[in-house]
Design a protein around this ligand. Structure first.
Ligand SMILES: C[S@@+](CC[C@H](N)C(=O)[O-])C[C@H]1O[C@@H](n2cnc3c(N)ncnc32)[C@H](O)[C@@H]1O
Length: 204
């Protein structure tokens, strides 16, 4: 029955928009299929612990936030922001800000520091691979900069980046700042996508 009511699979850019992860996200009440990437990363690397204070960057529509609220539990706290508005999520605090707008970010964070920063931030894609990759790397250098200010010593950082020529300069910078750094592409990340995740543990 459930199968029959599902949307028909459409092809866009050579991949299935309505793939099994899309349907699973809908069935489980998550706002995006991205949640399964975070879940895989959490199962493999345990980046977030119960009671942690977490910041999620590029958080709309909010599936990471929904998952993080469950992981940290009532003794933890979850804050997320995006340039787009995020509909309310019980247990999470959200605000609108551009990651490059220092004043807006710092005003909303108001002196707080975090045990973990997660980022699934991605530029609006133009279809020009090199341009999109360069924008993705720029965004990630900015997240890294934020982590220097707002992530506690010993804290963990999760980044998503489009793989390409600038990737190596980013990973080099991350390695300077964290004790253990891994690169991982979750099963739930589309094979056609050049995205990959950087898991950086224990800020120096
Ligand atoms: C793949 S989506 C994140 C999905 C989210 N992790 C979830 O689970 O629902 C990437 C997000 O990055 C945001 N973004 C892109 N550029 C940004 C910027 N300069 N400042 C803040 N957010 C940005 C986009 O608006 C978009 O919502």
């Amino acid at each position: 029955m459930a199968q029959k009511s599902r949307k028909r699979t459409l092809k866009r850019g050579g991949y299935d928009v309505y793939d099994p992860f899309f349907h699973r996200a809908k069935e489980d009440g998550f706002r995006a299929r991205s949640v399964f990437k975070l879940e895989e990363i959490q199962n493999k690397f345990s980046i977030v612990r119960h009671g942690d204070i977490v910041l999620d960057v590029g958080a709309a529509p909010g599936s990471f936030l929904q998952y993080l609220v469950r992981v940290v539990g009532p003794s933890g706290s979850v804050t997320g922001f995006d340039i787009k508005a995020i509909d309310g999520i019980e247990g999470a605090r959200t605000f609108i800000a551009d990651i490059f707008d220092d004043a807006a970010v710092s005003e909303n964070i108001s002196g707080q520091t975090f045990d973990v920063i997660t980022s699934d931030i991605a530029p609006n894609t133009s279809g020009i691979k090199d341009l999109d990759q360069a924008r993705s790397v720029d965004l990630n250098f900015r997240v890294l900069e934020l982590s220097q200010k707002y992530l506690k010593k010993g804290g963990n950082l999760l980044l998503k980046v489009f793989f390409g020529v600038d990737f190596h300069s980013l990973i080099h910078a991350v390695r300077k700042n964290f004790e253990r750094v891994s690169v991982y592409k979750p099963e739930s990340s589309r094979k056609q996508s050049r995205e990959t995740y950087i898991i950086a543990m224990k800020k120096r």
